[in-house]
Write a protein that binds this ligand. Structure first.
Ligand code: NAD
Ligand code: ZN
Length: 352
């Protein structure tokens, strides 16, 4: 097997990324080497590309990006028995320590020692990626490859939607980026009643409609809280899925939540967010949850089961398919806020 490959890497502490020749990763006894078939770009990759303040504090170049992907196992380490070359796989890219309190009590997704492949270690925007075998998710052959490439953000959506009751519940999704859009589909598939969404970007409101939202509201031109209270007989929604990280959207979400409702917060604000705790949380008897990553591995089991059962139609979300070398145009398009999920193919384009 060849020892050289190409990868999309951050080489310098500055804006931009570059295609670089590099070495195929050497694997240890409990690792797996995966040949990447399809990858996708996440909002985090855009931050790293742009070299914002967060990236400057976190990323240590040189590093290969990419944490949304699927592929085929090329080879397995000597101690790996449950997987073999040829298996169609994706992976949980949060590698937990296995020893801390949270890891010990079944909450590995909030391990404080987590290392993320594609951020802290070389990722999947490459011909090959090295993954610990325990993080590999074997995929059913019926799951289409393009869905296999977006399981990381889809898992965020599934984790958030299924963090409480959803069947028969009315839902507000604040923010219709890729994860908000996927949440709409997951909530509906799991039997929610009315789904409302707020989104300031017109293109994304149109996407929300395509993905089955009942009411898409532009909070810049309409009083979103008034509209939602009006449509719910003054009660408010049962469930808030916060998918924007925007302070105004968060505050509106809490105002539109019914007394006794559930607020599940996934969006990451870049500043402190003032909340009316007395009226919007305490007197409301609201349940507020922070949501991080995907539960290991409950979320993966739920998500792959939903996909295998054909419950999630995410087709409107997919945008262009391009070879990895053409990454630059994808990043530019994504920064405009007008793109869906762009798929990258390090080992050549395929069409299934
Ligand atoms: P995104 O940035 O593409 O989507 C956010 C959306 O919110 C955008 O479409 C934006 O137009 C919209 N928005 C902005 N202001 C708004 C307002 N006032 N009202 C309504 N909508 C508004 O992000 P994404 O990739 O879909 O991710 C969603 C959020 O989740 C981001 O904040 C991201 O950082 C965060 N995230 C969290 C986790 C986690 O584990 N907690 C994982 C991945 C992403
Ligand atoms: Zn841990």
């Amino acid at each position: 097997m060849t020892t050289n490959m190409k990868a999309l890497r951050k080489m310098q502490p500055a804006r931009g990324l570059s295609m670089e020749p590099t070495q195929v990763p050497a694997i240890g006894p409990t690792d797996v080497l995966v040949r990447v078939k399809t990858a996708s770009i996440c909002g985090t990759d855009l931050h790293i590309y742009g070299w914002d303040r967060w990236s400057q504090g976190r990323i240590k170049p040189p590093v290969t990006l990419g944490h949304e992907f699927c592929g085929v196992i090329e080879k397995v380490g000597d101690e790996v028995a449950a997987l073999k070359a040829g298996d169609f796989v994706s992976a949980e890219m949060h590698v937990n320590c296995g020893h801390c309190h949270q890891c010990r009590v079944g909450e590995a997704h909030i391990c404080p020692n987590v290392k993320i492949i594609g951020i802290d270690q070389d990722g999947a925007f490459a011909d090959f990626v090295k993954i610990p075998a325990s993080n590999i998710i074997k995929l059913d052959e019926t799951i289409p490859e393009h869905y296999g490439a977006i399981l990381d953000p889809l898992g965020n959506a599934v984790h958030t939607v299924l963090a409480g009751a959803i069947a028969g519940q009315s839902v507000l999704v604040t923010g219709c980026g890729p994860i908000g859009l996927m949440s709409i589909v997951v909530a509906k598939a799991c039997g929610s009643s009315m789904v409302f969404a707020t989104e300031t970007n017109e293109h994304r409101r149109a996407m929300a409609k395509k993905m089955g939202v009942d009411v898409a509201i532009n909070p810049a031109t309409e009083d979103a809280v008034k509209r939602i209270l009006g449509e719910t007989s003054g009660t408010g929604v049962d469930v808030l899925l916060e998918m924007s990280g925007n302070p105004t959207a968060i505050q509106q979400g809490f105002k539109a939540l019914r007394a006794g409702g559930r607020a599940s917060l996934l969006g990451i604000p870049t500043e402190s967010v003032p909340l009316d705790l007395v009226n919007d949380v305490i007197f409301k008897g609201a349940t507020v949850q922070g949501i991080y990553g995907r539960r290991m591995y409950d979320t993966w089991e739920q998500m792959t089961a939903l996909l295998k059962a054909g419950r999630l139609n995410l087709e409107p979300l997919f945008d262009e398919r391009i070879s990895l070398e053409k990454f630059e145009s994808a990043f530019v398009k994504l920064q405009s806020g007008l793109a869906g999920k762009i798929l990258l193919y390090p080992n050549g384009l395929s069409h299934n």
